[in-house]
Write a protein that binds this ligand. Structure first.
Ligand SMILES: [Zn+2]
Length: 409
């Protein structure tokens, strides 16, 4: 180390002893066993700082630094671990202490993020002024003093509440800015976000927490507004109905019994929304129930030639079929087809295989809601990522999901 000290201030970018002492605890510890590291980490950091400041290429690194490949290797490794963020925070802390301001800016930064997130959520939830979630009164006031941030008191029922009360965010320990970020990720990723991915991106401590967070956001995405307006479709509109099976292939199971394929029935409004349901069996009885409760009978039904559909079709204004088994995919000059439903299934299946890998039968209905929501609010209908996230946030209202619930529901 002594030779380094001599070299200190060799370049203006070199770490001072004080900076080095602060940064050292964050660096990876050398392995307890095995070969001693031949390279000095302080020199590696000096080299990275030199490159960052001088803007030279890695290969142009002066020869008194460790070999550029070593430095570059460490640089990649630090990047992956978000270590620079930590180091930057520490550097900022030193600067602040020097200029006599309060230390620990990261706490301040997080705090201000939380405040902004809270303001955003409050504005989304109460666009016309804060209303009490218990009695609906507008006669409320924000509590001051030492009460928890964001706490309101209702002057009518004398109950306390925050913007989380009565939403899927209630009693969650996850900071609000992480909620917003998670909602944004899930609303904008076409094929979904795995709980592991959320855990890494948001810095959430456990997989369980991230998994539950994702399920609560799925709950916020539940949208049954079509039922109130007479169902999907309508006069002169087409509703395609199709069924598919999700789940792993039997040939991928070497020893165990193949997992049972899980049937999904979807109603897709052409150029419109979608509603999917998991069914235990694809029979006329179960499928009819779903179709008649979710589609408007004035619409024209499009199905394949499965035997369950003709009887259901007679209840609708029109019914056309395509005979997939005879390789027929469109009739009437391309009017009769279920390709819209097939398109939706291709996204659903790629999401379930590619992102979620396997979805248990217990939770399948929640994943379907997630894919339904994104498809029904797709950019093809003029709804872009930000609006989709805002809509998810509006959907948090009046919903609760407890940890026991997704396990048993
Ligand atoms: Zn009240």
């Amino acid at each position: 180390m002594a030779d380094i000290e001599k070299k200190t201030k060799r370049y203006p970018t070199d770490l001072t002893d004080e900076e080095w002492e602060r940064i050292r605890p964050f660096l990876p510890k050398p392995a307890a066993k095995g070969r001693k590291p031949s390279v000095d980490m302080r020199e590696v950091l000096n080299a990275i700082r030199y490159v960052a400041r001088a803007g030279c290429g890695w290969r142009m690194l002066p020869k008194d630094f460790p070999p550029w490949r070593t430095v570059y290797w460490w640089f990649r490794r630090f990047m992956r671990r978000f270590l620079f963020e930590t180091i930057h925070d520490v550097a900022l802390m030193i600067d602040r202490e020097r200029s006599g301001r309060e230390a620990s800016p990261s706490a301040g930064v997080i705090d201000s993020q939380s405040v902004k997130a809270r303001e955003h959520i409050e504005a989304s939830r109460w666009p016309n002024g804060v209303a009490c979630p218990f009695c609906g009164s507008f006669d409320v006031h924000r509590m001051g003093g030492k009460t928890q941030a964001g706490m309101f008191l209702c002057n009518d029922c004398r109950d306390k509440f925050t913007c989380r009360t009565g939403t899927v965010m209630e009693r969650s320990h996850i900071p609000l800015h992480k909620w917003l970020f998670a909602i944004h990720l899930m609303a904008s990723s076409k094929k979904g976000v795995s709980a592991h991915q959320l855990m890494r991106n948001l810095g959430i401590g456990s997989y369980r927490t991230a998994w539950f967070l994702a399920h609560r956001i799925r709950e916020a995405m539940v949208d049954d507004s079509h039922k109130a307006t007479g169902g999907l479709g309508g006069a002169n509109k087409v509703v395609e109905v199709d069924e598919t099976f999700v789940g792993g292939k039997a040939k991928n199971r070497a020893y165990r019994e193949p997992a049972p394929k899980k049937a999904v029935v979807s109603l897709v409004e052409r150029e419109g929304r979608v509603h999917s349901r998991h069914v235990a069996d694809v029979t006329a009885k179960t499928v009819r129930e779903i179709i008649v409760t979710n589609a408007n009978r004035a619409s024209a039904l499009m199905t394949d030639d499965a035997a369950i559909y003709p009887a259901i079709g007679r209840e609708f204004a029109g019914h056309e079929t395509v005979n997939h088994s005879a390789n027929e995919y469109a009739r009437f000059g391309g009017f009769a087809h279920v390709n819209t439903a097939e398109n939706f299934y291709s996204i659903l299946k790629r999401g379930i295989t590619g992102i979620y890998h396997s979805v248990s039968e217990t939770h399948l209905h929640r994943y379907l809601r997630e894919f339904d929501f994104r498809y029904s609010n797709r950019s093809g209908l003029g709804i872009e990522d930000a609006e989709r996230a805002a809509k998810t946030l509006r959907g948090v209202e009046g919903k609760r999901l407890t940890y026991a619930q997704p396990l048993n529901a």
